[in-house]
Design a protein around this ligand. Structure first.
Ligand code: PLP
Ligand code: COI
Length: 367
């Protein structure tokens, strides 16, 4: 598919209804939660078969105008990313492994038959948004600016085939903790009736459809007093895949740290990959392999598994206190977060927030 040969030229049009500094500071001083507030601007870049990527803009945040026949509205041809900007103690603004997100966006695009945005253009789109909205990057501890880059099929045509026109956008949201209770342990609901992905399906792509499929089981999880849903493999229903929006790790008492292998139907998390590296650096034995649900249940019951945690850009590293399913519950939601979980969380966030050296060269300066 066509990729722009030279860097895109941006047209920057500042919003005429941006929040005042006082309004913005009031939002940033309050409880940010996750995905509730948005900055004053957004990035928009158009693509069509004839011109490739073109018409790059930074413009006021606001509604998109779409033809009601746009393919995204009918066939769900959409992909997205999640990546954060962190403010360092000296005021500079950095992001974490943007090449990895840019490459994943390309893999998602390939699976959803959308055009490939060059990785350099992906990182540049974040830089362009931060250039105008840098004041929205919070400085409160553990807060960040969450970018939501996404791509949609915009061609107005109802035939079922890959669209010949698409739009790429980036919006940004100042964010605190994803879960209402911050880093406190969460309970997870095991979905046995539903899968989020299928063999040969789109599970490894970051596309809206996977999340649509997770919403009913997620609703079940809430009804059971749990904050996320755990999915098993779609073929045997025996092996762990991931949560609705996070990867999962088990820590064994003997120091091994285990995570489900990339099965072709789970998302290849960038936090997951970074944790595997940090765990290896600590001398822990890491295992990427099939992990059965019985290993989790029996291991927690016997004490062989001492900690379980979820990880992702939004969730960072979140301890899992309890696992519940039809007719069973294991773990203790009131137990304190595990030591390995919290040590890995601390090291990862210390790197992201510039509190310790970035020995793997993961940070990229945005401003
Ligand atoms: N799995 C799913 C389904 C996700 O939505 C996410 C979040 O992006 C992850 C895993 C973790 O990926 P990452 O660490 O790249 O944010
Ligand atoms: C992220 O962590 O960036 C995600 O996309 C998952 C979120 C929607 C829960």
């Amino acid at each position: 598919m066509t990729a722009a040969a030279s860097p895109l030229e941006y047209q920057v049009r500042l919003s005429d209804h941006a929040r005042t500094a006082a309004e913005r500071d009031a939002i940033l001083a309050g409880d940010l939660g996750f995905g509730r507030y948005f900055t004053d601007h957004m990035v928009a870049i158009q693509w069509d078969q004839a011109r490739g990527w073109h018409d790059a803009q930074v413009r006021a945040y606001g509604p998109l105008s779409l033809d009601p026949a746009a393919a995204v509205l009918h066939y769900g041809q959409e992909i997205f990313e999640g990546i954060k900007a962190y403010r360092h103690p000296d005021g500079s603004i950095w992001t974490f492994r943007p090449d990895a997100n840019g490459e994943r966006l390309q893999r998602s695009a390939a699976r959803l038959a959308l055009p490939q945005l060059p990785v350099a253009a992906f990182t540049e789109s974040l830089r362009q948004l931060v250039a105008v909205d840098h004041a929205w990057v919070p400085s409160a501890p553990e807060s960040s600016l969450y970018f939501r880059p996404f791509m949609i099929a915009t061609e107005a045509f109802l035939g079922v085939r890959p669209a010949q026109a698409a739009g790429y956008y980036v919006i940004a949201s100042p964010a605190g903790a994803y879960f209402a209770k911050g880093v406190a342990p969460v309970s997870i609901w095991l979905s046995e009736d539903y899968a989020r992905a299928a063999k040969g399906g789109t599970g490894a792509a970051k596309c809206g459809g996977n999340y649509a499929a997770s919403l009913l089981p997620q609703q079940e999880a809430y009804a059971q007093g749990c904050s996320q849903v755990l999915f098993l493999d779609p073929v045997e229903g025996r092996y762990l895949e991931e949560l609705g929006g996070m990867n999962v790790f088990l820590v064994r008492r003997d120091g091994r740290i285990v995570t489900p292998e990339l099965s072709g139907s789970i998302l290849e998390g960038i936090t997951r990959a970074s944790i595997l590296q940090l765990a290896r650096d600590r001398g822990l034995v890491v295992e990427e392999r099939k992990v059965s649900i019985d290993e989790w249940k029996e291991g927690v019951a016997s004490g062989e598994i001492s900690e379980v945690f979820a990880c992702g850009t939004a969730a960072v590293v979140t301890p899992i206190g309890a696992l519940k399913g039809r007719g069973f519950a294991v773990g203790d939601i009131d137990a304190p977060a595990g030591e390995v979980t919290m040590a890995i969380r601390k090291e990862l966030t210390d790197i992201q927030y510039g509190r310790i050296p970035d020995r793997h060269g993961w940070l990229v300066r945005l401003r």
